[in-house]
Design a protein around this ligand. Structure first.
Ligand code: SF4
Length: 492
């Protein structure tokens, strides 16, 4: 059996936007893989630099764990790690070099390594695990101290006699109950709790209930699960929540699934058990507007749902159709009515810059936000992730830059109608307008019922300060959009 050190290169500080949001979660995918190897008898440890300033703690972690194998394992469940930012890749490559220098064998698993295995192998990794990696790791390490049986283990890329070699594809796990509960004991949960409490006054932990998504939005990268969708049993999930509550007492949960509660036959018994066993607690999840039927919304509420994030993307039906989103704006309106009726907060993920979107479509998106007044919005610019149909469609036009340095770069990686400066200004303007209008609604509510004043409403009022930015930027945006239109008319 091997001594294995798990590590990852996802530091909150590496992502300016996420650091400002300040909602870090333990690396759940990483500790799930660690739990699986431990169940096979391996000795596992974790280097988790999420809350560190840099990765200088890796050398002491190596010295402490004296691993024979280092596994650099991206937390693919964490939404801000899905996009590999340049600094995260650099951190992983530096850790590979340090691990090799310490005499360990190195395996890497993650979206970026799967997309560009040569880079990681070139930095000294022995293997890149492509696809769902737990079973691959288990089979690879079954031969430890020999790791040369790689040819017989599906899901690996490695070098042999100077050539990059791939084994066959790794079949996906259909029964997620095969995996043990994540190795929460490896995480310094107190450190996360302190961070959350200081920033937000509460503490949230993450839980995963499914893997994959059966929808086909053509910009969405699903390198591991494709269009499959596998679910843990409701009983397993409830048991894990009970354990988390007993051991760590989180105030809230985040279900980090791409789509939470897609199947009503799963959601109903889950919410029933949560309610009847006294486990219902506030949670946040991502879902789709078209799944928000009256029954599903009621079940979410029963289990404690406090906030849902919907992939609304655009207020222009033509753009949604071009994305293969499979969603209508009326479905979005219906979902908002039902969620609001149940007292569940609503966040919209919005996306600008998809091919075919011009100024009129941008205005439609802004109008939709004004009409539906979600409680929060998140804005990005269409990002061609490798392996997607969207990426294929713009591949020939991609510039030299293939990765963002920050998740708020908002830099279109292919030439489009508008510049990076335009999208950055657009994002700032939409946010400023959103916060100003939110502050004005809050102010009206407080004037009507002063007794409702609380920390949240007082914080919302600070949005009034964004009024000048909103107004000034709106004028500049119109001028920029008009210049672009003139260029198009002139054929420039
Ligand atoms: S964007 Fe959401 S709904 Fe669409 S394919 Fe991706 S995970 Fe599924």
């Amino acid at each position: 059996m091997a001594r294995v050190l798990f590590a990852h290169g996802h530091l909150l500080r590496f992502d300016r936007k996420q650091h400002a949001i300040g909602k870090p979660y333990p690396p759940l995918a990483t500790i799930t893989a660690a739990a699986y190897l431990r169940s096979l008898g391996h000795d596992v440890a974790l280097y988790d630099p999420m809350l560190d300033d840099d990765t200088r703690g890796f050398a002491p972690a190596l010295a402490r764990a004296r691993p024979e194998v280092v596994v650099i394992y991206d937390d693919v469940f964490n939404w801000f790690t899905k996009m590999c930012l340049g600094r995260m890749r650099e951190a992983a490559l530096a850790m590979i070099a340090a691990a090799r220098a310490a005499g360990a064998r190195v395996v890497v698993s993650g979206h970026d390594a799967a997309d560009a295995p040569e880079i990681y192998l070139g930095a000294g990794a022995d293997f890149v695990a492509v696809g769902e990696a737990e079973i691959t790791l288990g089979e690879l390490l079954a031969g430890y101290p020999t790791l040369d049986a790689a040819g017989g283990v599906p899901g690996l890329v490695f070098r042999e006699r100077g050539m990059v070699r791939r084994t066959g594809p790794r079949a996906l796990l259909k029964e997620l109950g095969t995996l043990p509960i994540a190795a929460w004991d490896l995480v310094d949960v107190d450190r996360y709790r302190a961070f959350w409490r200081e920033r937000h006054g509460y503490f949230s932990l993450n839980v995963n209930t499914t893997r994959g998504c059966p929808y086909k939005c053509n910009w969405c990268s699903k390198p591991v699960y494709g269009n499959t969708y596998h679910t843990r049993t409701a009983d397993d999930v409830v048991d894990e929540i009970r354990l988390l509550r007993e051991r760590y007492a989180p105030d809230r949960l985040w279900f980090c699934d791409d789509i939470f509660g897609l199947k009503a036959r799963w959601l109903m018994p889950f919410s029933e058990r949560m309610a009847t066993e006294g486990l219902a607690m506030p949670f946040l999840c991502q879902t789709r507007a078209d799944l928000m039927t009256a029954e599903n919304v009621a079940a979410l509420r029963r289990a404690g749902c406090a906030e849902t994030w919907l992939g609304v993307e655009s207020g222009a039906q033509g753009v949604l159709d071009a994305m293969d989103k499979g969603l209508t704006l009326d479905q979005v309106r219906g979902a908002v009515t039902r969620l609001r009726g149940a007292g569940i907060r609503i966040g919209f993920f919005l996306q600008f810059g998809y091919p075919g979107e011009g100024w009129p479509e941008i205005e439609k998106t802004r109008n939709l936000v004004r009409e539906l007044t979600p409680d929060d919005i998140g804005i990005s610019v269409s990002y061609p992730l490798p392996g997607t149909r969207f990426h294929e469609s713009v591949k020939a036009r991609l510039g030299e830059k293939r990765n963002w340095t920050q998740s708020d770069d908002l830099d279109p990686l292919f030439p489009g109608l508008f510049s990076r400066e335009f999208y950055r200004r657009l994002s700032r303007t939409v946010h400023a307008e959103f916060r100003t209008r939110h502050a004005l609604r809050t102010l009206r509510g407080l004037v009507a019922t002063p007794s409702t004043v609380d920390r949240i409403s007082l914080k919302a009022l600070s949005g009034l300060a964004e009024l000048p930015l909103w107004l000034a930027n709106t004028a500049l945006l119109h001028a920029q959009a008009s210049r672009s239109r003139q260029k198009i008319v002139r054929g420039a």
